[in-house]
Structures are given as structure tokens and as C-alpha cells.
Design a protein around this ligand. Sequence first.
Ligand code: HEM
Length: 367
Amino acid sequence: MENEGLQPPAAPARELRRRTALLGIGAVAGIGAVDVGAFAYVSGRVTPDRLTPGRLADGFETVFGKHPGFRRNHAKGVSVAGEFVAGGAGAAVSEAVVFEEGRRTPVTGRFSLSGGVPDVADATKTVRGMALRFDLPDGEQWRTAMVNLPVFQDRTPQGFYDRMLAFRAVPDTGEPDPEKKAAFLAEHPETVRAMKLAKKHPPTSGFADSTFNSLNAFHFTNSSGSSVPVRWSMVALQPVRAAAKGPIGRNELFETLIGALTDGPLRWRLMLTIGSPEDPVDDATTPWPDSRRKLDAGVLTLTAVHTGASGNARDINFDPTVLPRGIKASSDPLLSARSSVYAQSFARRTGEPDRTGTVKVAGKRDD
Ligand code: HEM
């Protein structure tokens, strides 16, 4: 697949200026991280089938169609806002100020469904995303994008790309081509194992009772200079209910979330799982043993919900390698790939005509 043919036309200068202003200082940090990431996983071989950020972004457009102005993955979503209050336990493993006892950190976030179709019908089995940006003093930021899976389905960016194409729904049946799917799974036992594990952790009823996981590992360093590998989870504090068995309303997951946030705050507990030396930090398909030490770092409280209009999470690239002092990306090849592909998706969508979200929020204007 040729990259250039699918590239959108360059954005008009006025549009770029407006978006750049909305992005602010943190986005600059994000783009910096992105460039490093791009080199970290592209092999450097000059071959037509080399996997580049552009080819990965093209893959989403091939599978989901092109939807100008929207994220190439997790296209359907709403913005949220609130704060994180640290309990202090996280400071044992990280010097990041976000973990200082009693510190209140403003948070802007986004709930989403995976896939590149912005008005896709809600379904309980679709992977749910929670993305957060913690705004720390002195322009520092912590950005994270988590999902409600126990482990990721792919170990490498190439695996992700190949699975996306192999599992693409065929128009006749609306299901993946069984032969392509079987051929992919025969080559990827790690994906088979990850899918089995996901079956043991069925989705809950909605966004509010979902637990969201970082899946990728990071290195945390405390004020004495000691480092440990960490994976984290936002554990829902709302009562957990089983997902509806049959089909649900087209926007039911989002409408229920919006209704709940209109009625009152929603809360999640940030749990840090500390890895042992034998736990893989570069393989998001492999769970760490349940017995690993866990630290309760504090509580995230979300209080407001917004549409996908400008000025809120629409204009954030939740690049998981934008991290504060005290947290570093691991060698997981997914992390560097995510950084560069999110940047590619961000560059494309912000260079395209404005599109507000497809989910309506009562009482909020879209523009
Ligand atoms: C190689 C693997 C992956 C690829 C190629 C990929 C690709 C993408 C792309 C292109 C976007 C849209 C970015 C934007 O326009 O702002 C996105 C968003 C997202 N991804 Fe990934 N992703 C990968 C792995 C993961 C993993 C491991 C997780 C979770 C642990 C994850 C969670 C999310 C979430 C929650 C969003 C939505 C963020 C938002 O609301 O803006 N992704 N992904």
C-alpha cells in the first residue's frame, strides 16, 4: 500500500495556527516524543512494505474508511473533566508530583470506543477507552490512554497492523474472512492467549463500571533514584454490573455515561502494580502474576462531560509517552509505535475540516 496516495492535503495555515494555539505547551512535548518513537520501531530497511506510522494510519483508513477530522482509532468519544487526588502511596515508587500526598491535579479526559468509525453503534463487546491528561505544575503533563482489556492482543506494531487487516469485516458477512483470521492466529499464539484471557474478563455494563488498564509497562523512579517497572489501572468505584446480553441502543453506552455524570461525580482508584525483575516490560500480551505488590495511588473524580467540540479533549493527542519526571516509557515496542501513529492520526485530523463529536451532550453546544 502506498503511503502518499492516502495523505490528506496540507492544512491551511490559518487552521494550523488555531489548532496550535489550542494545543498549548504540552503538545510540543508530545510531538518531541513522537519523533523519537518513529525511529524506535521502523526497521530502517528501505523496502516498500516497511511498516511506518503512515502505513499504520493508512491501515485504519483501509479498514474503517476515511472520516476526515476524526481520530483514526477510537473515533467515537466524549470529553470529560475532573481531578485526581493523590493519597501519597505512589510517592514510594515515583517522584512525579502527581503522587504527592494530598495533591489535587486537574484532569481532562476522553471516553471512547475502539475503531475508526465516529458514529459506530455502541456495542458492549467493543473495546472501551479512557484517556487522561494530568496537568501538573510548570507545564509538566502525564498523558495516558487505557482500555478495558486485561492484556493487549498484540505484542508488536506489525502484529497489530496484520491483525487489523486479517480481522477486517468482509462486506458479505460483516465478519472477518475465516481463512485470513485462522492464518493470522496460527502465526500469533500470543494473540490467541490474549483473546482467551479477555474472555475470562467479560466487559461490564458501561463506561462507569469499567476498569481501564495501561497494559504497557513503564519505569517509575522515586526521589532516592530507585526504579521499578509499573503497570497501572483505573479501578471503577461504581458498583459493577454485568453487560446487557443482547444488542443495545445506538448511543446507549455514551448516553448512560453522560446521564451518570450529569447526576453526580464518577470515581476510579488509581492502582499501581509493581513488576518483579522476571516480569516482561516489553510484552503487553502477557499478564503479570496477580500476587504482585499493588499501591493505591489515589482517586480520580470526574465531574463534567463535554461534546467533541474544539477546546476540550478533541484537540489532545493522548500520546502515552508524554510523561512527567518520575515516569519513563519502557522498551515495549508498542509504546514507541503508539507515539508515532497517534501523532500521524493527530496531524491528519487537525489538518482536515473541523468535525465535532457524533455524541450529543444535552445542554452543550457543539461549537
Ligand atoms: C500498535 C498498537 C496501537 C496502535 C497502532 C494504536 C493506534 C491508535 C490511534 C491511531 C489512535 C488515535 C489517536 C489520535 O488521533 O489522537 C488511538 C487512540 C487510542 N488508543 Fe491506541 N493504538 C495502539 C495500542 C493501544 C493500546 C495498547 C492501548 C491501551 C492500553 C490503546 C488505547 C487507545 C485509546 C484509549 C485511544 C483513544 C485516545 C483518545 O481518546 O484520544 N491503544 N490508538
